[in-house]
Ligand binder design. Structure first.
Ligand SMILES: N[C@@H](CCC(=O)N[C@@H](CS)C(=O)NCC(=O)O)C(=O)O
Length: 215
């Protein structure tokens, strides 16, 4: 089994990087400097024709899409318990949460950050405003879910849903309303940011923002 992760610090690769660390499996990383446009280089496009990160090369075959990679890794490492097994009672909620994050929240984030480049620059303000509403509605929904005091999004243990959710919540840190302004999200973020694998992830990606006051 071999894994090579193509990543950019703090980008959509972050959830996959976190999961690889949490799994404790051997893997290599390759930095893709998206600010310098390295995602459009022909050698990278051969691995991932979308020109986006992450790409995870699994046993020599490149695969993309962060959410799919999380689910695939969970399937390849069922002993990790990072996703409920087929027929487990938490499995339907895990599917629902993963697809909600990937299908509703992640595209709204893309619209927020890339409004001017994915679309017409003249439309960017309206697109961002629409995205902001969708993102805040998602945060509201996640805050309600966590309102019953549960420590993790699905079931009573860490799962791929938490890797994805925390990455997306991190992206709100400079938005008009950051995730941490919702009380249940603040509690959830604070606890997950203290996990050793998340601290290691920040160290490896050279990230210093969005840390707990005293880790
Ligand atoms: N749906 C994709 C989205 C990936 C994505 O948008 N990645 C961004 C970084 S967060 C990227 O590569 N941006 C560079 C670009 O679009 O040029 C996934 O989840 O993997």
């Amino acid at each position: 089994m071999s894994y090579i992760l193509y990543y950019s610090p703090g980008a959509a690769s972050m959830a996959v990087h976190w999961m690889l660390l949490e799994l404790g499996v051997p893997f290599e990383t390759r930095l893709v400097d998206i600010d310098a446009g390295a995602q459009h280089a022909p050698e990278y496009l051969r691995l991932n024709p979308t020109g986006r990160v992450p790409t995870l090369v699994i046993d020599g075959t490149p695969r993309g899409e962060s959410t799919a990679l999380l689910m695939l890794l969970a399937e390849r490492h069922p002993e990790s318990g990072l996703a409920p097994l087929p027929n487990a009672t938490e499995r339907p909620e895990w599917f629902e949460t993963m697809i909600y994050l990937a299908n509703a929240l992640l595209p709204a984030m893309r619209s927020w950050f890339y409004a001017a480049t994915d679309g017409e620059p003249a439309d960017a303000t309206a697109i961002k405003e629409f995205a902001r509403r969708q993102i805040e509605a998602s945060m509201e929904r996640l805050d309600k879910t966590l309102g019953d005091g549960r420590p993790y999004l699905v079931g009573d243990r860490l799962s791929t849903a938490d890797f994805l959710a925390l990455m997306l919540m991190r992206w709100t840190r400079n938005m008009p309303r950051p995730a941490t302004s919702w009380p249940n999200l603040a509690r959830y973020v604070e606890r997950l940011r203290a996990t050793p694998s998340f601290l290691e992830l920040n160290k490896r990606e050279g990230l210093t923002e969005w840390q707990n006051a005293s880790p």
